[in-house]
Design a protein around this ligand. Structure first.
Ligand SMILES: C[S@@+](CC[C@H](N)C(=O)[O-])C[C@H]1O[C@@H](n2cnc3c(N)ncnc32)[C@H](O)[C@@H]1O
Length: 338
């Protein structure tokens, strides 16, 4: 790991194309797991094809924990703010949360998604050509016309923006063009995204969010404990596909530890606490999995026979959710937990 340190200062060897393709991996796994009953997602089928390839039970259970864990924090924020808030899904890929929130009557005042322009162009084409995706957007829009083309989508309650999260002035300009209100509470989601950015870039993004919003929560799901053998194998597997985890240095541990070489926080919590956030918590996915409602966990554990219990445990110990809050209006955001 130490031998890789200098690499994180250059982005020339990061393949953005390989990073963009990770959204297919995530959505194909989510489609498979939801198709065999781990959770309901009637919309994912319109974004990715069923590959025919079965995913291993530990992968499906891992995705179950990820989806349920992130949804738990997101829904808690929406309820705490009575939906009088905005969501910004950073590196949203082909995510379907907007449609879930609409169906569950939990839509925020506005839901923004950001991803690379190429991913956005694919997503908007799917939305434009598939009625079950387009209809809910039309239903939440007040005028006859919705701006939707290969560059993005803008409607009253939902926007899809093409931008590089490493280019903050452009990101802010595009969000404001779609009526982002910096005075309204906001929850920012980053599900397996920051790890693809060099640590100084993700730190800038986290700092920008803290400087821009007074009342906010940041939910970050990604790898952790990556310095051990299992973590190294995960990195090597991705590297074989030319996909560099440029931010893997931050994914060493949940505990406090600062890199004396460059003063970049190596941990999930520090990344937020050193960049303008008031509170931060982080738990590995084993703890998240164990905290999920037991009746639903028992239900999904009957869906498939799991031979490799230790493998599931190792997998869950190598991912985490970190969440941070800033609460100038005293909405009780610091109380949100598992
Ligand atoms: C692993 S996928 C996760 C997608 C989605 N969050 C999910 O969990 O289903 C990572 C996503 O982050 C996006 N991404 C990574 N770096 C980015 C950057 N610098 N700017 C914009 N999007 C980025 C990729 O294009 C990809 O869609």
């Amino acid at each position: 790991m130490a031998a890789n340190i200098p690499q994180r200062f250059t982005e020339s060897d990061i393949s953005d194309e390989a990073v963009r393709s990770t959204c297919d991996d995530a959505s194909i796994c989510k489609r498979f797991a939801s198709s065999i009953g781990y959770w309901k997602d009637p919309y994912i089928q319109y974004f990715v094809r069923q590959t025919g390839e079965r995913k291993a039970p530990e992968i499906n259970r891992g995705y179950y924990g990820r989806v349920k864990g992130v949804n738990h924090l997101l829904d808690s924020f929406l309820k705490q703010t009575k939906c009088n808030c905005q969501v910004i899904n950073l590196g949203a890929g082909l995510d379907t949360t907007f449609w879930r929130l609409k169906d569950e009557e939990l839509l925020p005042r506005k839901y923004f998604e950001v991803d690379f322009p190429m991913v956005v162009s694919r997503k908007t084409l799917c939305i434009k050509t598939r009625a079950p995706l387009l209809k809910p957007i039309i239903e939440t829009h007040s005028s006859d016309s919705i701006l939707i083309d290969s560059h993005g989508l803008d409607s009253d309650r939902y926007s899809v923006i093409g931008a590089d999260l490493r280019d903050l002035p452009v990101l802010e300009e595009k969000l404001k063009k779609c009526n982002l209100d910096t005075q309204l509470p906001v929850v920012l989601l980053a599900e397996c995204v920051l790890v693809y950015m060099a640590p100084e870039r993700s730190a800038n993004l986290v700092r920008w969010a803290a400087d821009t919003f007074q009342t906010a929560m940041f939910i970050n799901y990604e790898q952790v404990n990556m310095a051990d053998r299992f973590g190294q194998i995960m990195v090597e597997n991705l590297q074989r596909r030319q996909c560099t985890l440029a931010g893997v240095e931050v994914c060493r541990s949940l505990e406090t530890q600062i890199n004396s070489f460059c003063f970049i926080p190596l941990l999930q919590k520090d990344r937020f606490l050193l960049n303008g956030w008031e509170n931060a918590s982080a738990v590995d996915m084993m703890s998240v999995y164990n905290s999920l409602p037991r009746d639903d966990v028992s239900r999904i554990e009957k869906l498939e026979f799991l031979d490799e219990k230790e493998l599931l445990q190792q997998l869950l110990q190598h991912y985490c959710i970190c969440w941070a809050t800033k609460d100038s209006n005293n909405l009780g955001l610091a109380d949100i937990t598992f």
